[in-house]
Ligand binder design. Structure first.
Ligand code: UDP
Ligand code: MG
Length: 312
C-alpha cells in the first residue's frame, strides 16, 4: 500500500513563500513512491497568508490548512498540524524555505531505514548571522543544555520526520508552553540527526527576536527539569556553611573589641545575598506560574477556520 507523508508547515506572515514552498515540495515528491499532503497552519498572520492558503487549497486537493484565531506561537502551530496529521510519517518544516525541500527525500530514506525520528541540525555556526548573534546563540544552547539536562545539539532545527508511532505520543501531550524540540528528544525511540545547511529566508523577515530566544531558553529549562530549584538549595547550603565559619569570627572580634565599623562588608553581604534571594524567588515563581497556567487547562490553540473536514 502507498504510504502517506504529511508535511506540517507553520506560517506567520509568510504569504509570498507559501506557493514557492508548495511547488518545490511537489517537485521533490512528485517522482517519489509516496502519497503526500501538506497542512499549513496559519498562526494568526496579519498579511494575506490565509487568502493564499485558500487559493492553493482550491487548486490542489492535498493542500489543507488550519487557521488560528490569533498568534499562538510556532510550537503550538506545529502541534496543531501534528494533531491533525494522518500520515504514516509527519515532516515538519519552516515556511520560509530556509529548510531546503531537497532534504525531504533524505529524511524519508533514513526513516524507512528504521529511525522513528530523523531531525536536521545545522553544523557549525549559522552562515547568515553575524558574530554577536552567533555568540549569543552558542551561549544560549550551552546554558539550555546544562540546565535542562537534555542532550540537545546546538543548531537543532524544527525540520524533521516523525514516525506515526511518535506522532501518536506527541498528540497525547497537552502541556502548557510546549517545547517541542525537547519533547521530541524526550520520547525516545531511534533518533538520528543529519546535518544540513540552512538557506536564506525566501522573502519576509524572521520573527524570532533575542527576547523570544531568551524566553525560549527559560521555558526550555523550566519545562524540562527542576535543576534550578536544586541550585537554590545548594546555594542555601553553601551560604549557611560560610556563615557557620563567619559567626565565630564575629564573636571573637567582639570579645577582642576589634569590631570596627564594618559597613562596606555588611552592605556587600546584604546586596549579594539579596540578589541571590531575588533570583531564586524568581525561579520558584516561574515554576509556580507554570503550575497555575497548567491547572487552568486552556487549549494550546484555537482554530478559527480550516478545510480538514471538507476533503479527504
Ligand atoms: N512562525 C509561526 N509563528 C510565530 C513565529 C514564526 O508559525 O509566531 C513560523 C514562521 O512562519 C516560519 C517558522 O515559524 O515558518 C520559523 O520562523 P522564522 O523564520 O521567523 O524563525 P527563524 O528561521 O529565524 O528561526
Ligand atoms: Mg526562518
Amino acid at each position: 500500500m502507498e504510504k502517506l507523508i504529511t508535511i506540517v508547515v507553520p506560517a506567520y506572515n509568510e504569504a509570498n513563500n507559501l506557493l514557492p514552498l508548495y511547488d518545490q515540495i511537489g517537485h521533490v515528491l512528485s517522482t517519489s513512491i509516496y502519497k503526500w499532503e501538506i497542512i499549513f497552519v496559519n498562526d494568526g498572520s496579519s498579511d494575506h497568508t490565509l487568502q493564499i492558503l485558500k487559493e492553493i487549497a482550491t487548486k490542489y486537493s492535498n493542500c489543507k490548512y488550519i487557521s488560528f484565531s490569533k498568534n499562538f506561537g510556532k510550537d503550538n502551530a506545529l502541534k496543531a498540524g501534528i494533531d491533525h496529521a494522518k500520515g504514516d510519517a509527519v515532516i515538519t518544516m519552516d515556511a520560509d524555505l530556509q529548510h531546503p525541500p531537497s532534504l525531504i527525500l533524505e529524511l524519508i530514506k533514513k526513516w524507512e531505514e528504521g529511525n522513528e525520528i530523523v531531525y536536521a541540525f545545522r553544523k557549525g555556526a549559522n552562515p547568515h548571522s553575524n558574530f554577536f548573534s552567533r555568540m549569543y546563540s552558542s551561549i544560549f544552547w550551552k546554558i539550555l543544555k546544562f540546565l535542562s539536562g537534555m542532550k540537545l545539539e546546538e543548531g537543532i532545527s524544527d525540520y524533521r520526520i516523525l514516525d506515526k508511532i511518535v506522532v501518536d505520543e506527541i498528540k497525547k501531550m497537552d502541556e502548557y508552553e510546549l517545547f517541542l524540540r525537547g519533547m521530541i528528544k524526550w520520547v525516545g525511540f531511534n533518533q538520528l540527526g543529519i546535518e544540513y545547511v540552512p538557506d536564506e529566508r525566501f522573502t519576509g523577515e524572521s520573527t524570532y527576536s533575542r527576547k523570544a530566544l531568551l524566553n525560549l531558553a527559560i521555558h526550555g529549562i523550566t519545562s524540562f527539569s527542576v535543576k534550578p530549584l536544586y541550585m537554590a538549595i545548594y546555594l542555601g547550603f553553601t551560604f549557611s556553611f560560610m556563615s557557620v565559619i563567619y559567626i565565630p569570627y564575629v564573636l571573637y572580634s567582639l570579645y577582642m573589641h576589634s569590631d570596627v565599623p564594618g559597613w562596606s562588608s555588611t552592605i556587600m553581604t546584604i546586596v549579594f545575598l539579596g540578589g541571590i534571594q531575588l533570583i531564586m524567588i524568581g525561579v520558584i515563581g516561574i515554576y509556580v506560574g507554570k503550575l497555575f497556567m497548567q491547572t487552568k487547562n486552556r487549549p494550546n490553540y484555537i482554530i478559527q477556520a480550516q478545510n480538514l473536514m471538507t476533503q479527504k
